[in-house]
Design a protein around this ligand. Structure first.
Ligand code: NDP
Length: 306
């Protein structure tokens, strides 16, 4: 019998037990012998936890990103880290991105200000197919986001690191592709992983390439954005506003200028909560593959950074 340590919030145990009654589940407060643990499913593991498990074989991230695991200096670097892949999370992320884009697209940002002053300000008619959403990152999440914006009738473009052919989507890649895409977009949705290459990507140069009057939605990581540059781009009137689900640091300190900025909306990293009943399937499928000697899927690649 193999043993899986579950050190993640949420109700994982019933889903994991249903799918794989043969796997014994352990919790950190009831772990027993650490050398008996084969697998660990973790969200923000306390420093040293993973290093204290001498026979650990695979680390499962309870999130699409792995930055919360890599920050542990004692992380056993030789172990594979499997990123969470939950089809339902893509759908949730897309719902959030749609709400955030519609906030600008349907002038909710403008009418909220009129409403506060009891003014009945009518807004212009807009034609959705004439507006372009640019999605940064075309992974599991970015593709689902792009697909759903296309269903709403927007013109959609996407950007990744490497070339990708995706039906119904105009794609760009690399730095030149980004420079090409940004001026074409009315709304930019960031669904990138945080890597050394993407950290600070949304800074002065990026923002100046965005179309005048366009808006930014960030559902990736707070570290993608250079906060002062974003505020400067909005205050100068170049950018219409920003809708940010992620910040750096998190929680965002109460005195941070984003909170009180009239053109910035902040939410507490809630775009894509994991749904254990669906997400647990990928954990169990991967354990079964591993035990059958087959390659794991969705493994973090340290060279690429995601
Ligand atoms: P994937 O690994 O499936 O996809 C990552 C995408 O980003 C790929 O398309 C990849 O390009 C692209 N990318 C990576 N590096 C670069 C680069 N340097 N330049 C251009 N494109 C790049 O990730 P997911 O879609 O599963 O998740 C994306 C991110 O969403 C997570 O890492 C996390 O940060 C964030 N997230 C946020 C949540 C929230 O609640 N706010 C919840 C879940 C995730 P290529 O196609 O060429 O490989």
């Amino acid at each position: 019998m193999s043993r899986l340590l579950v050190a993640a919030g949420g109700k994982w145990d019933p889903a994991l037990r249903d799918l794989a009654p043969e796997i014994e589940l352990r919790r950190t407060d009831d772990m027993g012998d650490p050398s008996a643990i084969d697998y660990a499913l973790v969200w923000m593991p306390p420093e040293g936890l993973l290093a204290s498990l001498p026979n650990l074989k695979v680390i499962f991230s309870a999130a699409a990103g792995v930055d919360h695991i890599l920050r542990d200096p004692s992380l056993p670097r030789h172990l594979p880290i499997v990123r969470m892949s939950d089809p339902y999370q893509g759908a949730m992320m897309a719902e959030y991105a749609i709400y955030a884009v519609l906030h600008f697209h349907r002038f909710f940002d403008v009418v909220a200000r009129s409403e506060a002053e009891h003014r009945w300000d009518e807004q212009p008619v807009i034609y959705t197919p004439s507006k372009t959403v640019g999605v940064l990152g075309l992974g599991a999440i970015g593709q689902e986001v792009a697909r759903r914006f296309a269903l709403l009738g927007f013109s959609v473009r996407g950007w990744g690191r490497t070339p990708r052919m995706i039906e119904g989507l105009a794609t760009h890649h690399g730095p030149a592709g980004l420079a090409e895409m940004l001026p074409l977009c009315d709304y930019v949705v960031c669904a990138l992983p945080l890597t050394p290459e993407t950290k600070g990507l949304i800074g002065a140069d990026f923002l100046s390439r965005m179309r005048a009057g366009s808006a930014l939605v960030n559902i990736g990581r707070g570290g993608h954005v250079v906060d002062d540059d974003l505020i400067a781009a909005i205050d100068s009137g170049h950018l219409r506003g920003a809708f940010l689900d992620v910040t750096s640091p998190e929680p965002l300190p109460a005195a941070h200028p984003f909170w009180s900025h009239p053109r910035i909306r902040i939410t507490p990293h809630m775009a894509g909560e994991l749904h254990p009943p669906t997400a647990a399937r990928s954990v169990i499928a991967n354990i079964r593959r591993f035990e059958a000697g087959e390659p794991l899927s969705n493994v973090y690649d340290g060279d690429r950074g995601y």
